[in-house]
Design a protein around this ligand. Structure first.
Ligand code: C2O
Length: 583
């Protein structure tokens, strides 16, 4: 069966010219710019038809732009299609790397990478033996010793050769540059941050980042079999800070962490604030089950929303990025911002997260969740997005030989081709479906309820409770869509969504009424953030809370962190598209 493609291609009748990126030098040649310029003419109209447009090639006359349209599309059509560039994001131009920001202040450090005189299109080596990534809490003495030795070697490069792109700080800066506004998008005619979070670039960017990081560590200790451990926070046995990161004299230690969260403290993936260890474990498993299985309706609901050349940053992360991924950043980073760690350093802000060695171990598990979603979770959702706008998105990294290489998102789906695999561990969340509700909720008992249409847009300063019409009666496959979610990107944001919830036990997520969550790690962007959308599948929940025959549901949105900085513009229930990558 043909599946719908998720993509930024809104103007699908437009012939797309993918310029061969493999020949793009560090600074584009005039001929290359010309090709781009024509494309910019055509699409720029979609964003702002009234003004002349500043480009790096000078002003483009509006009349020429309209001619470029060929009379095929009405301006009205185009205006409603803000991401109509319909081309993949290009690799950043390191020569144009600039300042990075945190809140409104310039960062005290520059996080731009060193320059190289050429870029090589990366070819994966053939790997005879797979590097087996172990769970950090089960790593053997020998594995830990190698890990410490490799990280120490990386740290030593900071002093012996600060310009070596394989050094610890240089590696941490990669994250800052791709996430806090240092790199701009290439080939677009306005200044747009290149942002690898909160969109479909999240998984492939971090997979490639970790791939090179692991190869570099292996090279520094002369052991090509070196494999990066993963923080197994999806299993109760791994739900503390892995002890190997908690020894002050170890190179794996970082002082800029929340001091409460060491020893046997259970990770709170859901910002629940519960102090009951059993409830924390139950919440963690419930939210992982939700973001991996129960609430996932489409490919982009898991992977993240389309983000192309010319897109505004942060159109919306996938369920796992928004969920446990963000929870770990929040939990590990400093919470007390009155002292020197004003921005939740290190893990609690994108600019500094890569300075904590546990970041890479955390992301190893994030990457593993992607692997598990593709290979273990069974459903009829297409597991990969096939749009060329996704597959051909490019990133630049330095490899273990200090060569600057270009990689594509679509070339990293199969981790065996990248030469690694994950140690197999039980997945206690995989069937963690909450028990059905014993008694059906009486909607009229849920007091204080207004219809969604009457109050939107709505701010989350306090809990919001709204009546939303279903799209159909009966056993329809439906999803709840929250759209135009606007947030202060410099703050930790988290809210949870419940359906027909009479009980108000908001610190408990292991209940049939829990529908899913949204969360975000602080970062600063030059641009206004794109308006995020999340979709939460309701089908299983309808059975578990017995609302199939109702016309409406009551949606409760509970802020967990900085609710006053969140506004939701739209709430609706729509059918789940069949076999769809997006929707
Ligand atoms: Cu690039 Cu967990 O962030």
């Amino acid at each position: 069966m043909a599946s719908l493609q998720a993509s930024c291609t809104v103007l699908s009748t437009n012939p797309r010219s993918h310029s061969s990126s493999s020949t793009q030098p560090l600074s584009a040649k005039p001929s290359h710019l010309f090709t781009n310029q024509r494309r910019i003419h055509r699409f720029q109209v979609s964003c702002d038809a009234k003004k002349n447009v500043e480009t790096s090639q000078g002003k483009i006359d509006r009349r020429n732009m309209l001619l470029g349209l060929g009379g095929m599309y009405s301006a009205a059509n185009l205006v409603s299609n803000p991401s109509a560039y319909a081309d993949p994001v290009q690799a950043p131009d390191f020569t144009k790397c600039g300042d990075a920001y945190v809140k409104d202040v310039l960062l005290d450090v520059k996080c731009c990478p060193p320059l190289a005189d050429k870029i090589i299109d990366y070819e994966l080596p053939k790997f005879e033996v797979l590097r087996k990534r172990p769970a950090a809490h089960r790593a053997t003495k020998e594995q830990v010793a190698k890990y410490e030795k490799a990280i120490q070697a990386m740290r030593d490069l900071d002093t012996s050769d600060p310009q070596d792109p394989r050094g610890f700080t240089q590696q941490a800066n990669i994250h800052c540059a791709y996430c806090n506004g240092a790199h701009d998008q290439v080939g677009v005619d306005k200044v747009l941050d290149l942002q690898v979070h909160n969109s479909w670039l999240f998984f492939p960017f971090h997979r490639w980042y970790l791939y090179f990081y692991e190869r570099i560590l292996g090279k520094l200790i002369n052991d090509p079999t070196f494999a990066l451990p993963f923080w197994n926070w999806d299993n109760p046995k791994g739900m503390t800070l892995p002890p190997i990161f908690d020894k002050p004299r170890s190179p794996l230690y970082d002082a800029k962490r929340d001091p409460k969260n060491n020893g046997s403290a259970i990770v709170d993936l859901t910002f629940s604030g519960s102090t009951d260890p059993l409830q924390l474990v139950a919440n963690n498993l419930s939210s992982i089950y939700s973001e991996m299985v129960r609430s996932v309706s489409t490919t982009t609901a898991f992977v993240g929303k389309p983000y192309c050349k010319g897109s505004d940053p942060s159109p919306g992360g996938g369920s796992s990025e928004n969920g446990s991924h963000t929870g770990v950043h929040w939990w590990v980073g400093t919470k007390d911002t009155s002292g020197p760690n004003k921005f939740n350093e290190d893990m609690g802000n994108f600019y500094s997260a890569g300075r904590d060695p546990v970041f890479y171990c955390h992301h190893s598990n994030v990457d593993r969740m992607w692997h598990l979603w593709r290979d273990v979770v069974k459903n009829d959702i297409p597991k990969d997005i096939t749009s060329p706008d996704y597959l051909n998105a490019e990133f630049l990294f330095y490899d273990e030989h200090k060569r600057l290489v270009r990689v594509k998102a679509g070339d990293c789906f199969d981790e065996k081709k990248l030469g690694y695999e994950y140690d197999r561990i039980d997945l206690p969340w995989l069937n963690y479906r909450p028990p059905s509700k014993a008694v059906k909720a009486k909607v009229e008992n849920i007091s204080d309820t207004k219809t969604a249409a009457s109050v939107l847009p709505v701010n989350l300063k306090k809990t919001v409770r709204l009546i939303v019409p279903k799209s159909a009666k009966g056993k329809a496959d439906e999803q709840l869509v929250l759209e135009d979610i606007q947030t202060d990107t410099t703050k930790f944001i988290k809210f949870d969504v419940f359906i027909n919830d009479e009980d108000d036990k908001i610190e408990e997520l292991d209940r049939a009424e829990y529908a899913g969550s949204f969360a975000q790690v602080p970062h600063k962007s030059k641009n206004k953030k794109g308006k995020a959308t999340i979709s939460l599948k309701l089908t299983d929940m309808y059975n578990d809370i017995d609302v199939s025959e109702d016309d409406t549901i009551v949606v409760t949105i509970v802020p967990r962190s900085n609710g006053e900085d969140v506004t939701i513009g739209g709430i609706k229930v729509i059918p789940v598209p069949k076999q769809a990558q997006s929707g």
